[in-house]
Design a protein around this ligand. Sequence first.
Ligand code: ZN
Ligand code: ZN
Ligand code: ZN
Length: 144
Amino acid sequence: MTPGIRQEARELLRRSGLRLTGPREAILSVLFEVAGPITHEQITAKLAAGAPNKVTIYRVLESFVEAGIVHRAFLAERAWHFELADNCTEDQCHPHFTCRSCEATHCFTDAALPMTKSPRGFTVLHQRVQLEGLCPACNEKKAM
Ligand SMILES: [Zn+2]
Ligand SMILES: [Zn+2]
Ligand SMILES: [Zn+2]
């Protein structure tokens, strides 16, 4: 873990109005480091020996979600994934791209999508888009 990542995590905690605690700083640093969706178990593994207990990690993630700095990522897999709310707005999350060949998921944090036009009587409060296709590496393999 680089000091820069710890610094970024601390800054974000300060901006979000959350109190700085050891577990919060450690878990948010992991989310910065990974820069993509990660499960509770993967966070625990990343923190290794210094990992707080399961309940603490869960509570910390919940506090991040409540503060709006972390989102539950919408993925094909069943387990909850958490990630930084990178370029997400109140009405939509950044899209996720899953490669059909290697099954890796990528965050399209620079992609801005128009909101879906909903049929009469429906109110869309939040849009989360899942994209599928081939990643650059798999496209290359296909071309060979
Ligand atoms: Zn989001
Ligand atoms: Zn791929
Ligand atoms: Zn993402």
